[in-house]
Write a protein that binds this ligand. Structure first.
Ligand SMILES: Cc1cc2nc3c(=O)[nH]c(=O)nc-3n(C[C@H](O)[C@H](O)[C@H](O)COP(=O)(O)O)c2cc1C
Length: 480
């Protein structure tokens, strides 16, 4: 059988072809696999890791980590090209998120009746998610998290539009159930809430292994009302094949390795967490969370779980998040029609959310603050942002040294830092206090030269670039 679109195996073959896959045999699912992955992320250009012969499991039951952690792997995932470098992948992505969102409706999912996923079907009462080598990723995690690179499909009960989201999922009840930790406000959480109000239960399907395009789209703020499966179709330029859940009727990508379907109910709760999160800290204490009543599971022969464990950055998907968020914030700022925005960058050390820098060419008084406030509240950046720094267009916002130089020399804290209060935060915030609302605040740092002094501001003490190029030619033997 040829591989369906969005198969994880096709992605693995492609990255093997780039020389970016390492196979690891004999690691333990309990912390060892997570530790190897963590050390790997800290290296320059870390490979993807395919774990096999995991202790306690037969050969063939595998886990992949690091699926999008290099420009070539992310470029391949987003179908932007197979040989892009850091700058190339960002350049190729500029403008694409809004085009994909606009084109999504032209790519409705395509229902198919056969898929390798359907090779093995397990009825709900026989499901044991621990038949698969689900890792305990970090020492203080509350349990084994099967859902890190997962793709959870919900639907809008009124319009039927699907949403695909990535929310962490901890195995419960010795493998018979699994919790879904969708933060209130996320599109999937809104769907679930509306189903509860309407029918007292919410249908879901979940895929645990697939082309990482679904991890990227499920894990990124795709605009409300746009189905991530249709959006994926726009990225691929082809309709995504899906099988339909027997009980829920919801789609499951035909390229999936392992999938479940079932129902959430407001009173079906299990204790969940903590979990080592993308902020670089464990999230709070163990607390009750919605658990799926699983009615069916399917898996391919020798299935592969897609792992994407977060942690102190750099982590599994921090590179992907930085690139995606930077492109989406740039796109959303452009869509406001405000002129002069050059580039936005959502820094990896802030988990791609907490610290955003934006460069602009100032055109009028108040322009810099306008861009800063918009950047701090545009949908792609609104959740869990903490700092937005705006800089002039001679500064590369992706270069932290340049951003800090601009902050240190062009912003006066008493005048140029403003604070927005009661903004969209989360229990994941290490500063969040148990029992308080999940608001945070965010600082807008205007590190642009004051508009009224643009002509008179001290000149930057560096030589003219053309002159420096000439010097470089003339003094090549000294400077090489
Ligand atoms: C690996 C990974 C794990 C994530 N875990 C969670 C989570 O547990 N809860 C959550 O609300 N968001 C989580 N996110 C972020 C959401 O996936 C992201 O906000 C996405 O836009 C949600 O989709 P939605 O807005 O369509 O609901 C995670 C993202 C990734 C990539």
């Amino acid at each position: 059988m040829t591989e369906p679109l969005l198969s994880l195996r096709s992605h693995i073959d492609a990255i093997k072809g780039f020389g970016e896959l390492r196979e690891v045999r004999g690691a333990h699912w309990d912390l060892e696999l997570g530790g190897i992955a963590e050390l790997s992320y800290r290296r320059d250009l870390p490979p993807a890791l395919l774990f096999d012969e995991i202790v306690g499991y037969r050969a063939g039951l595998r886990v992949l980590t690091g699926s999008t952690g290099s420009p070539r792997r992310l470029g391949r995932t987003l179908r932007l090209g197979d040989d892009l470098d850091d700058v190339g992948v960002v350049e190729a992505l500029r403008g694409k998120p809004s085009q994909w969102a606009a084109a999504a409706k032209q790519f409705p999912v395509e229902r198919v009746d056969s898929a390798p996923l359907l090779a093995n079907e397990v009825p709900g009462e026989q499901v044991n998610l621990l038949d698969f080598p689900v890792p305990r990723w970090h020492a203080h995690d509350g349990g084994r998290f099967i859902g890190t690179g997962c793709f959870i499909v919900t639907s809008d009960p009124e319009t039927g539009v699907h949403n695909g989201g990535c929310y962490r999922m901890e195995v419960q009840d010795d493998g018979r159930s699994v919790t879904v930790a969708a933060v209130p406000g996320k599109h999937g959480a809104q769907h679930i809430q509306r189903w509860f109000e309407r029918e007292g239960r919410a249908p879901v399907t979940v895929s645990f292994g697939h082309d990482p395009l679904l991890l990227v789209l499920g894990g990124t703020e795709v605009p409300r009302g746009v189905s991530e499966l249709e959006y994926a179709g726009a990225v691929l330029g082809a309709r995504v094949p899906v099988v339909e859940g027997t009980d829920t009727g919801l789609p499951i990508p035909a390229g999936s390795e392992i999938a479940i379907e079932g129902w959430l109910r407001p009173d079906h709760l299990r204790d969940e967490g903590p979990f080592g999160e993308w902020t670089g800290y464990y999230s709070g204490r163990r607390r009750p969370n919605l658990a799926i009543d699983i009615t069916r599971l399917w898996h391919r022969d020798d299935p592969i779980l897609l792992g994407a464990p977060p942690g102190k950055p750099p982590h599994d998907y921090s590179y992907m998040r930085t690139v995606m968020k930077s492109a989406m914030i740039s796109d959303e700022l452009a869509a406001t029609g405000v002129p002069g925005v050059v580039k936005a960058w959502a820094h990896e050390s802030g988990g791609g959310r907490l610290f955003v820098a934006v460069s602009l060419q100032q055109r009028y008084p108040g322009h810099a603050r306008q861009v800063a406030y918009l950047a701090a509240q545009c949908p792609a950046a609104a959740y869990m942002n903490r700092y937005v720094v705006v800089v002039d267009d001679d500064i590369d916002p992706a270069d932290l040294d340049q951003v800090i130089w601009a902050m240190s020399t062009r912003s006066d804290p008493s005048r140029d830092i403003e604070v927005m209060k009661q903004t969209w935060g989360s229990k994941l915030d290490p500063l969040w206090v148990e029992g308080s609302p999940t608001h945070n605040s965010r600082a807008i740092v205007d590190a642009c030269r004051p508009y009224e002094r643009l002509d008179s501001f001290p000149k930057v003490a560096q030589s003219d670039p053309e002159f420096l190029r000439e010097i470089e030619q003339r003094w090549r033997d000294v400077l090489l």
